[in-house]
Design a protein around this ligand. Structure first.
Ligand code: ADP
Ligand code: UDP
Length: 236
């Protein structure tokens, strides 16, 4: 199979495949935080994120969400539909944490009265700034219709995943998703959903099982990612 590397990011490598409408996404063992100012890695991290993402794409498929995942190979490689990525990080929050807790000067942990959807402009050089919906339309990062579609899909994804993760004893505090436009001009969920881009707290103990263990030097990063995988596979 001819595979040409077309992009290497912080967490994944993207290869062309012999099919013009498909890409191969290889998950790396590296971990980065604070826009790659902090770097780390552990062996098997790429595989865990790929398998956790695979599990989530399957759950979303069963619930009618359109996404880019086609199949997973060699545990750390996915074949996905090629898309034109909409340059926005779409964040859904159920519980106050991270940058929003900092912004409003409150402790993490307060449950929000309803899930919030926020948009950040995907640009490492600008540190992925928070952007308003009028700004998104003004700068043509997405149209109003696309914005509405992404909000609806992000909330549906949340509604599907929250009860699923509860079965695994994990509370979804917040997560980030990306959307792309495929060859049929349809907006579909792209990229990955893994502990790198979600906050997951144990339902009972509130212990963290996500990238905050790395960001905040809490230790046992590998064990946490492994546990997320085992808990999810345990409920199928
Ligand atoms: P980053 O670019 O932030 O360092 P990654 O290392 O995860 O992040 O790189 C993966 C890149 O692939 C991201 O830029 C993401 O937007 C892009 N991507 C994810 N899914 C698709 C897809 N289906 N089609 C095209 N690009 C994609
Ligand atoms: N997130 C992400 N990539 C980013 C920024 C945020 O995956 O570039 C995820 C993050 O892991 C968390 C959620 O989006 O689950 C909300 O992140 P927040 O805005 O609180 O920023 P943080 O404090 O994590 O940088």
């Amino acid at each position: 199979m001819s595979q040409k590397l077309i992009y290497e990011g912080k967490a994944k490598k993207i290869f062309e495949t012999e099919h013009a409408n498909e890409l191969m996404m290889e998950f790396k063992d590296s971990l980065t935080a604070f826009n790659a100012q902090k770097k780390g890695q552990f062996q098997g991290k790429g595989k865990l994120n790929c398998l956790i993402s695979t599990h989530i794409f399957k759950v979303l498929s069963a619930n009618g969400i359109s996404h880019h995942w086609i199949k997973t190979e060699n545990d750390n490689q996915m074949i996905v539909q090629k898309t034109q990525i909409i340059p926005l990080e779409v964040v859904v929050r159920n519980v106050l944490a991270g940058s929003l807790a900092k912004k409003v000067g409150r402790e993490e942990g307060q449950r929000l009265s309803c899930p919030l959807v926020e948009f950040y402009y995907k640009d490492d050089a600008l540190n992925d700034p928070f952007v308003s919906e009028p700004q998104i339309i003004e700068f043509k990062w997405a149209t109003e219709t696309q914005l509405e579609k992404m909000k609806k899909m992000a909330l549906e994804i949340n509604q599907i995943l929250v009860p699923h993760f509860i079965k695994a004893g994990l509370d979804i505090i917040d997560f980030k998703v990306e959307f792309g436009i495929n060859s049929s001009r349809e907006i579909i969920l792209a990229d990955e959903i893994s502990p790198d881009c979600m906050r997951l707290w144990d339902v009972k103990t509130k212990e963290k099982f996500d990238k905050d263990r790395f960001r905040r030097d809490l230790g046992n990063v590998e064990e946490a990612y492994q546990s997320v995988y085992e808990r999810l596979e345990g409920i199928l």
